[in-house]
Ligand binder design. Structure first.
Ligand SMILES: [Ca+2]
Ligand SMILES: [Ca+2]
Length: 161
């Protein structure tokens, strides 16, 4: 349950980015901060690849409810960071569901309808590197919020809120 809550927060992270400039942090930004903090083994203010991958591994395990070693679309869409509540508030459930399917296809490199552990691991590494814009092998909070694909995809889906 703990990892489920943390995972929810991760997707929620997307929600907050667009409003990060405003004075009131959105629920998404606050959740994003929580998730980012939960990834850190030590409070350094940054997350390294090992911390990022370990975090992803916990999420994978909680998504794979039938313990098949792979995530199918149903497992992927049922499992939710809690981001769906923001989508509901914004009346963007349909866009959010579309974003889920897009993200699933993005991670399903083989296109066989399942994301296996190897595909997932490769995605975590690749997505980390993409977000690490200054290429110093650490993600700052800002890099995580504005560069991590999950954040970008879901934030876009709910209309930038
Ligand atoms: Ca499965
Ligand atoms: Ca960096």
């Amino acid at each position: 349950m703990k990892s489920l809550t943390m995972s929810c927060a991760m997707l929620l992270a997307l929600a907050g980015i667009a409003t990060a400039q405003s004075t009131e942090p959105s629920p998404g930004v606050e959740l994003s901060d929580l998730i980012f903090g939960s990834m850190e083994n030590t409070p350094t203010g940054t997350v390294d690849l090992g911390e990022f991958v370990n975090f992803g591994r916990d999420i994978f395990a909680s998504m794979d409810t039938d313990q098949s070693g792979a995530i199918d679309l149903e497992e992927f869409t049922i499992w939710d960071f809690g981001f769906n509540f923001i989508a509901e508030d914004e009346g963007q459930e349909r866009a959010y569901q579309t974003a889920q399917r897009v993200l699933f296809a993005y991670w399903d490199h083989g296109g066989d309808g399942e994301i296996d552990e190897r595909e997932y691991h490769h995605s975590m590494v690749w997505d980390f590197r993409r977000a690490d814009v200054d290429n110093d092998a650490f993600l700052t909070r800002e890099e995580f919020q504005s560069g991590y694909i999950v954040n970008l995809a879901y934030r876009a889906a709910i209309g930038g809120q």
